[in-house]
Design a protein around this ligand. Structure first.
Ligand SMILES: Cc1ncc(COP(=O)(O)O)c(C=O)c1O
Length: 334
């Protein structure tokens, strides 16, 4: 299994600091998750029902009826490689590493593509192109028009372009969702990040009907549980909360950005749900923060740190104070 943020249990175990003391900034999950009422008992007792209104709520939210609920966008991205014959697959890297791993596991040839290679148009040469928009962890955004051009090129040869939009909800103008269905275009959406409902394990795949049907068959019946369907339906329909979050999260990310800029000389990148600093001191700062019970995400290449949004002012102040102590260590008494 690949390493990701959110592995708080492991750190609690390793460092022996009580779980309640930790400030977990290791994911890009909204710390002000959508607060839901308790799902009615029949959600637990009956099998999930496709006619429960979730499809309509999702169609309204994503701007297309070409939508399939899946048990997390992770489940969809892991299954898609099994629905195609051998392919040359261009995958955004560094990015969410599960994409490349899933295509390799299914026996395809995976070629990592940097954001600048992608921007140069290198992706259109592949049978399958996987773009993460905006990218995690570097926050690169690609314009929808550019992506649509790449889709035309890839689909004209029977290829697929998968666009992972797990972090797009705060900037919906960048989403290709309203263009779905288009031949060869598959858009993956997460409910975990923007809505903060990561543990519920529900997401959506958007795409041509025949492809969604094959994905649905591969995942099997009832792959999304009833309570998750019920909660997601309400959250997707809560346009007032969504509008508030689209103002609140970018503002909080700006505060986090300003804080980080006080402690790091390097360029800071990201999205309204996280900020990333590329620094040669990443591993050392990660460990020093962990010793203060602050968990951040050390990038796989150990060349940077990703910070999720602190939940409140106290969290920001705690991060600020910890980073100040780390950059100006107490003089040695030796
Ligand atoms: C870019 C990206 N895509 C997809 C996922 C999977 O999210 P989920 O399965 O919760 O929808 C993640 C999780 O961290 C992610 O960072």
């Amino acid at each position: 299994m690949l390493k990701h943020g959110g592995n708080l249990g492991e750190m609690v175990h390793r460092l022996g600091l009580p779980e309640a003391d930790w400030l977990d900034l290791s994911t890009g999950i909204n710390p002000h998750g959508w607060e839901f009422p308790t799902p009615p008992p029949q959600c637990w007792y009956r099998l999930p029902d496709r006619q429960d209104g979730l499809a309509e709520a999702a169609a309204a939210y994503y701007g297309t009826e070409a939508v399939l609920p899946v048990p997390g966008s992770q489940a969809a991205l892991a299954m898609l490689p099994w629905l195609r014959g051998h392919a040359r697959v261009g995958v955004t890297a560094p990015g969410y590493a599960e994409h490349g791993a899933a295509w390799s596991r299914a026996g395809h040839d995976v070629i990592p593509l940097s954001a600048s290679q992608l921007a140069g148009g290198a992706g259109t040469a592949f049978d399958v192109l996987v773009v993460i928009n905006p990218n995690n962890p570097d926050g690169t955004y690609f314009e929808p028009q550019t992506l649509l051009e790449w889709r035309t090129a890839v689909a004209s040869r029977g290829g697929w372009m998968i666009v992972d939009e797990a972090f797009v909800d705060t900037t919906p103008a960048y989403s290709l969702a309203p263009y779905c269905p288009l031949p060869g275009l598959i858009v993956l959406r997460s409910v975990g990040k923007f809505f903060g409902l990561a543990g519920m394990r529900i997401g959506f795949a958007l795409g041509p009907d025949n492809l969604l049907q094959r994905l649905e068959e591969a995942l099997g019946p009832w792959s999304v549980n009833g309570p998750a369907r019920w909660v997601a339906r309400q959250a997707l329909a809560d346009t007032g909360w969504q509008a508030r979050m689209r103002t609140r999260l970018p503002a909080e990310a700006e505060h986090l950005h300003a804080l980080l800029a006080r402690h790091f000389d390097q360029r800071i990148v990201g999205t309204p749900l996280f900020r990333t600093v590329l620094t040669p001191r990443a591993a050392e700062v990660h460990e020093a923060l962990a010793r203060e019970a602050i968990l951040v995400r050390l990038l796989d290449r150990q060349d940077g740190l990703r910070f999720g949004l602190p939940p409140d002012e106290a969290g920001l102040a705690r991060l600020d104070a910890a980073l100040r102590r780390i950059s100006t260590p107490e003089p040695s008494r030796a």
